[in-house]
Design a protein around this ligand. Structure first.
Ligand SMILES: Cc1cc2nc3c(=O)[nH]c(=O)nc-3n(C[C@H](O)[C@H](O)[C@H](O)COP(=O)(O)O)c2cc1C
Ligand code: SF4
Length: 645
């Protein structure tokens, strides 16, 4: 196995407390909700984490656990470790990880949701907090109950006892979660801690945190590794924990006997652009926070957030901004990231899109995680790719994401695969993302191109499905993945020359003027928006608006439905809307476009008709499937025909 010399620092071992970690790559705690309703480990956890351990990560966090049972869970199926009967389940998980990857170090994060939960999730227990101040996020409407001084001390003990249970279960370390707006973070936050007892205010919060670490140490001893996760900054436009306060907090933790500080940032309602979880935020953008913390402590510092580019990861370590890098969603998307980087196979990494569609957002809809680009995430056994008993000739028509995936999986299973695409480039509509400010997401197309080549798929671009092709390839199996075409809204004037589909704009085929109206989220769209399910036209409209506004154009974003982008969910939608607002995009909902005229459009809102002067009209109102015309003629000629996408 050869190590890419470019990533020397990333693969240097490091000592944290009593453990030596084989490299600088950390999989941070990420709730999966694969647990049972009473918070126990399942086989699904085991398969999922074993796969990630085998991928070569140095420090692996399994999902967080509540030390107080249901009161502390943020999602319904989160794990718990509030009594000894839970230890065996965790032990089984750790043993499975260690037998698959003996050199990986395993950490358990202990977490109390505080006010960032609901009575529904906790099974009827009212959320608790240092002070009865509700979260500013609409997701947590209840005013939390203030913990009494006695109850605060009980919670401290609960963390200590759960830490000992983690040690008994075989974990190499525990991490105490002081970040992200949960209970322990709230004790340190000037906005959330208004107590008047010994734990009140910033000094009281520090006392609370110190006593908690002392209690943990009393239980686990000094021969065990203890980490904390804190926010470098809360990333509010006003208020919240600042970097200077975090330096004080970090120093206090070091003095209290903590072995490493894991820097994260933000809470649910953080409104700073750096809190954006998508590709709109730069890679490694939070490294400056770790750098500031490293100035005041000598123990190792870990940094997280949007680090999937191995060059960025190496640079962070090499320049001493942090000692380890946490790579979260990218390890859901491709658990083999560490191994591929180590072996210099960077172009074979399946990139995370940072979309949150499969992983983060479902948690807020009480669903377990999955992944947009990795169907095997959380279904490792069912989706394992195995060699087929009989190798077949497979013809895939359509080189969009669905077609490329079908072709790749078929080839990995040992079939002889031909992939044809009418366009001169692979990627279907998705490749158009390259021209937006989200171009990083197009790495997914690059990944497929590399992998199709690696697995010997015969890729033919600029080629249509016809009888001649079928006669030549003689497929046993035909996979039709010919995608869709945009729905054209039936608006008078829609055939004017200054009217384009969003795809025409993104493909550079449109002559876009200076004042543009983009019409989306309309009843013309054949799909029904559901929470957490955007048909894609919303994204196309949003990214086009973002692109055109960044070019200095005046952009109207008009939605016919009462809510724009209602399918997008909590971790992306609010920040996207704010971003568009800051770019001066004019968003209006419940708007009907009555007519497209020579000088603009006529809209109707609330029964009032208004003309708006625009020079370009763009629509993104859903798509409809398109099928090759000769498909019916092929029935009977090819044994198996499947339609995908
Ligand atoms: C599905 C999911 C669950 C998460 N659960 C937790 C958690 O339980 N505790 C925690 O501290 N952070 C949690 N996080 C935050 C991650 O640890 C990490 O900080 C975040 O994903 C940013 O890193 P990334 O950009 O590399 O994904 C979660 C993130 C995701 C996507
Ligand atoms: S669902 Fe999206 S953000 Fe989450 S891991 Fe998969 S690609 Fe990344």
């Amino acid at each position: 196995m050869t190590r890419g010399p470019l990533f020397e620092k990333l693969f240097e071992p490091i000592t944290i407390g009593k453990i030596t970690v084989k490299n600088r790559i950390v999989m941070p705690p990420m709730d999966t909700d694969f647990g049972t309703r009473d918070g126990r480990v399942t086989k699904r956890h085991i398969n999922y984490f074993v796969e990630r351990a085998k991928g070569g990560v140095g420090l692996l966090y399994t999902e967080c656990a509540s030390p107080v049972g249901p009161e502390g869970i943020a999602t319904p199926y989160q794990l718990c470790l509030h009594d000894d009967s839970y230890i065996d389940g965790f032990r089984e998980l750790v043993n499975a990880i260690k037998s698959a990857a003996p050199d990986v170090k395993v950490v358990l994060q202990l977490h109390h949701a505080g006010k960032q939960t609901t009575s529904e999730i906790t099974g009827g227990i009212r959320p608790v907090a240092p002070s009865p101040i509700p979260s500013r996020s609409f997701m947590y409407p209840e005013t939390p109950r203030e913990l009494t001084t006695e109850e605060v001390k009980e919670r401290i003990e609960a963390f200590a006892k759960a830490s000992l249970r983690a040690k008994k279960a075989g974990y190499d370390a525990v991490e105490i979660h002081f970040a992200h707006g949960y209970l322990l973070h709230n004790f340190l936050s000037p906005l959330a801690n208004k107590r008047t007892d010994e734990y009140g205010g910033f000094q009281g919060g520090l006392k609370f945190a110190r006593e908690l670490i002392e209690a943990v140490r009393r239980e686990v001893g000094w021969d065990y590794t203890v980490l904390v996760r804190i926010n470098g900054e809360d990333l509010f436009s006003e208020g919240g924990i600042t970097l200077v306060e975090s330096q004080v907090i970090a120093k206090m933790f070091e003095n209290a006997g903590v072995d490493a500080i894991h820097i994260s940032s933000g809470i649910r309602e953080s409104d700073h652009p750096l809190a954006d979880m998508t590709v709109a935020a730069p890679q490694g953008a939070w490294a400056y926070m770790a750098q500031a913390i490293k100035k005041v402590v000598k123990i190792p510092v870990i940094i997280v957030r949007r680090i999937s580019d191995p060059f960025v990861a190496e640079e962070i370590i090499r320049t001493g901004k942090a000692d380890l890098v946490s790579i979260g969603r990218q390890l859901i998307a491709d658990p083999e990231w560490p191994r591929k980087v180590m072996e210099g196979r960077i172009d074979e990494i399946r990139p995370c899109l940072y979309c949150n569609e499969g992983c983060y957002d479902p948690l807020f809809r009480n669903l377990s995680i999955s992944c947009t680009v990795n169907p095997a995430a959380g279904r490792e056994e069912e989706m394992r790719i195995v060699k087929a008993d009989i190798a077949k000739r497979v013809l895939v028509v359509g080189g969009g994401l669905a077609g490329m995936t079908a072709a790749l999986v078929a080839a990995m299973r040992g079939h002889k695969v031909t992939l044809v695409e009418e366009d001169m480039r692979l990627g279907g509509q998705f490749k158009l993302i390259r021209s937006t400010r989200r171009a990083e997401m197009a790495k997914l197309v690059d990944y497929y191109e590399v992998m199709l080549k690696k697995y010997g798929v015969d890729v033919r671009v600029g080629r249509k499905l016809d009888e001649e092709l079928v006669d030549e390839v003689k497929p046993d199996v035909l996979v039709v993945a010919t995608g869709s075409t945009p729905v054209k809204p039936k608006i008078p004037g829609i055939d004017r020359p200054n009217v384009y589909s969003v795809f025409e704009v993104l493909s550079g085929r449109a002559r876009v003027g200076d004042v543009v109206a983009i019409f989306t989220c309309s009843y013309y769209c054949p799909y029904t928006c559901a929470k957490g399910l955007c048909c894609g036209s919303g994204y196309a409209a949003a990214f086009t608006a973002e692109l055109l506004a960044s070019q200095g154009k005046m952009v109207y974003l008009l939605a016919e439905r009462p809510e724009i982008f209602s399918g997008m969910y909590v971790t992306t939608r609010p920040r996207l809307l704010k971003r568009l607002f800051l770019m001066n995009v004019k968003i209006s909902t419940e708007v009907r476009v009555k007519e497209i005229t020579e000088g603009g459009i006529v809209i109707e809102k609330g029964g009032v008709e208004t003309p708006i002067a625009v020079d370009t009209f763009v629509y993104a109102v859903g798509t409809k499937p398109q099928k090759p015309t000769i498909l019916e003629a092929l029935n009977g000629k090819i044994k198996e025909i499947y339609e995908v996408g």
